[in-house]
Design a protein around this ligand. Structure first.
Ligand SMILES: [Ca+2]
Ligand SMILES: [Ca+2]
Ligand SMILES: [Ca+2]
Length: 472
């Protein structure tokens, strides 16, 4: 054998070994990359005011800036029933939750859970289903009602129900004796409009997510998420992230989910179409239908009367523009990265194991849909995977492959601006946490060890961690 041939034979033998090693290599590579203050790569803007989540990506082309402004107009528009006065924004309902994207994603930030049972759900909603799966493997819709309670309706049509939220408090202690209180919601379905909900109905109460940087998240290759997943915890670190697999209406195939609190939607385009239809009753080219269930007669009659003569209630141009708006919302720059407590806090974040799920760095694909989103290295602090967070956070309602106790690792960029942008600091999927510390204290399951490290750490260490989180 000549040397070149031997070398080829050796490499052929090595390829399977290298391929096996690849997954953990990517994780290690990403963890080794330094976090820079430009959390959104070249999209980042140095903004920290109450409108910090409303700016266009710094690297947006002049043409995309124009489309972004038009998309902004669609996102903040108040939709009206047909006929409603302004034909550009007609088609609301018959059943809906709110009549504007911006009402729920106020200032493009997060929604707020009601403080008690007398408050209506204004920037949050309740998903429902019954045991079993739909034909695609998604949640099994409640007969008569579907999979989301629409608590509002146009005139002459009964809303589906009024969900109410009440809170129960429990007490706990840090290892140093400092006391804390946590609260958990109880969901009740009142005033059903189309007959009683079945006894085995499962509910999931969710607030709206902040909507910054979603184009970057949309552009992470599926192969990255597959490489980061470790559903059987083969590396033995106690973390077993799994990818959700959901049916995507834009490609009509099963894809890895990455949007929503349980990664229950695969693409930003489908997410936007779904939001328009299920939250506002507005049809899009992607989902050109109305959402009246077969026995919701008043809804069906109203929908028939309002049916657009051609196409969908959002025009194809409006839908393209609002999708581009969602793709190109800039991520604010980190503040105070030079401060010692922030720097110590980042090390605490890694030492406590937070980064095992809240992956600091991800990279987008070189063939992302928009040039602004291609080849970006960015810092969302999420692996977009599902993790078992324990009984305390469980909603007991499966969502595709997500079990009742599994949730998507929430991106943490922008979290330090929550009070400024949203005027409150309620966190987690149902807004139960009243600040960052409470959100961490709710972590259980795969995150129990990290939570305990936080609960038992000295106060100064906890404060460093919070300083870091408040800087991003
Ligand atoms: Ca409609
Ligand atoms: Ca693992
Ligand atoms: Ca797991």
């Amino acid at each position: 054998m000549n040397t070149a041939f031997k070398l080829i034979a050796l490499m052929t033998a090595l390829i399977p070994i290298l391929a096996l090693g690849q997954d953990s290599d990517l994780r290690a590579q990403l963890l080794a990359m330094p976090v820079t203050p430009d959390l959104g790569g070249l999209t980042t803007r140095p903004v920290a005011t109450m409108d910090a989540f409303t700016f266009v990506a710094a690297n947006a082309t002049p043409e995309h800036r124009k489309a972004f402004s038009r998309g902004n107009a669609v996102f903040i528009a108040l939709w009206m029933p047909t006929p409603g006065g302004n034909p550009a924004f007609e088609g609301l309902g018959p059943l809906f939750n709110r009549n504007s994207c911006f009402d729920c994603h106020l200032q493009n930030g997060r929604g707020k859970a009601p403080d008690g049972p007398k408050q209506t759900l204004d920037s949050s909603l309740v998903r429902v289903s019954v045991p079993g799966f739909d034909p695609n493997g998604g949640p099994n819709p409640v007969p008569v009602y579907g999979d989301q309670i629409r608590n509002r309706a146009i005139e002459g049509v009964p809303p589906e129900a009024q969900p109410t939220i009440s809170w129960t408090e429990t007490k706990g202690k840090y290892a140093d004796g400092t006391k804390f209180t946590l609260r958990a919601p109880t969901i009740k379905i009142t005033n059903p409009g189309y007959g009683p909900y079945p006894r085995d109905v499962m509910t999931s109460f969710r607030v709206s997510n902040p909507v910054i940087g979603l184009g970057l998240i949309d552009s992470v290759p599926e192969s990255t998420l597959e490489a980061l997943a470790d559903p059987d915890d083969k590396d033995g670190d106690g973390i077993s992230g799994q990818a959700n697999r959901v049916f995507d209406m834009t490609t009509k195939t099963k894809r890895i989910g990455r949007f929503g609190w349980k990664s229950n939607i695969a693409s930003l385009r489908h997410q936007n179409a779904n939001a328009a239809l299920t939250d506002m009753g507005v049809s899009t080219p992607t989902l050109p239908m109305d959402l009246c269930r077969p026995t919701q007669d008043a809804c069906a009659a109203a929908a028939r009367k309002a049916k657009p003569t051609t196409g969908s209630e959002i025009t194809p141009e409006q839908f393209e523009d609002v999708t581009l708006y969602m793709q190109l919302l800039a991520v604010p720059r980190q503040r105070g990265s030079e401060l010692p407590d922030v720097q110590r806090g980042e090390r605490v974040f890694r030492d406590m194991g937070c980064a095992a799920c809240h992956m600091p760095t991800l990279m987008t694909s070189p063939d992302a849909a928009l040039p602004e989103l291609r080849d970006q290295t960015f810092h969302p602090f999420t692996d977009l995977l599902l993790h078992d967070m324990g009984e305390g956070l469980a909603d007991h309602r499966p969502d595709w492959l997500a079990s009742g106790s599994e949730w998507r690792t929430t991106p943490l960029w922008g979290i330090g601006l929550t009070a400024k942008v949203s005027g409150h600091t309620y966190m987690l999927h149902d807004g139960r946490a009243r600040g960052i510390a409470e959100a961490i204290l709710w972590h259980g399951g795969e995150a129990e060890a990290a939570k305990e490290k936080f609960r038992t750490a000295p106060k100064a260490t906890r404060e460093d961690l919070l300083a870091f989180l408040n800087s991003i």
